[in-house]
Ligand binder design. Sequence first.
Ligand SMILES: NC(=O)c1ccc[n+]([C@@H]2O[C@H](COP(=O)([O-])OP(=O)(O)OC[C@H]3O[C@@H](n4cnc5c(N)ncnc54)[C@H](OP(=O)(O)O)[C@@H]3O)[C@@H](O)[C@H]2O)c1
Length: 249
Amino acid sequence: MNLRSSIGGAAEYVTTTPEQLSLSPTTINLLHAAALPGVGATAIIALRRKTELKKGERLLVRGASGGVGSIAVQIGSMLGAHVTALASAKHLTFLQEIGADVVFDYSKTSPSELGEFDVIMDTVGTDLMYYRCLLTTKGRMVTIGFPSFASFSYIVASAVFGSRRVRAFSANPKTDLLKELAGYVDSGDVKPIIDSIYPLYDIAWAHRSLEAWRWAWEANHTNLKCTLTYSINSMRFYYYTNLLFITQK
Ligand SMILES: NC(=O)c1ccc[n+]([C@@H]2O[C@H](COP(=O)([O-])OP(=O)(O)OC[C@H]3O[C@@H](n4cnc5c(N)ncnc54)[C@H](OP(=O)(O)O)[C@@H]3O)[C@@H](O)[C@H]2O)c1
């Protein structure tokens, strides 16, 4: 499989270009490292490049228990920000363990109860107007989910109307960003969050799990999805990103 021209797939052998490769972190094995490039690079772009989060600033991570969100919580904490994490109740303890200062259950908390923020990292993509209102005057907001045309239109309109623009991007990171991510892992600031690991021959079952999880989320039967969440995150590496960590021989 050629990673560069492919939009997704799973294979034991792939070809790609050098700028999409980086050496793997030395403190974790490749299996765990494979869970990181897509979600980790996205979180770095959002917090370091797009919003330039600084020490002491107040950060809200919406979708904090997900693949990107859980790395964003760790990076926010590493940068010395005050991190508020918004997720479902079952994930709140875990989020405190990885660095969140304050946690809220999104099913019981309205945006108006969350306070003010210098930076908002949104991975959900809905209700953007309510969250944008929580920004301080110099606040910055970035979203990576585009669930509907309405959300997309709001992002575009925010660039024209009002001072606190909502930024969006599609991550296409290169070696330098992967190196930065590997450095955060080796310094102990970021760790991959993995629930379970599927062998390649179980890929069909992994897909079924993903579909069951999506159905559960959409139907709001949240008890079905929690054990699948992180395995799906780790698989996203194979599905959605063209990035690889490799080992040094
Ligand atoms: N633009 C880019 O470059 C880029 C890159 C990577 C990913 N993405 C997109 O970004 C989105 C997130 O990716 P991901 O890998 O982090 O997804 P994920 O692992 O599926 O996580 C999404 C999380 O959102 C949480 N959530 C759902 N509804 C919520 C709500 N109303 N309030 C707060 N949290 C809520 C869920 O938390 P609970 O489990 O606690 O309910 C879930 O863990 C996806 O749409 C993905 O396609 C974009």
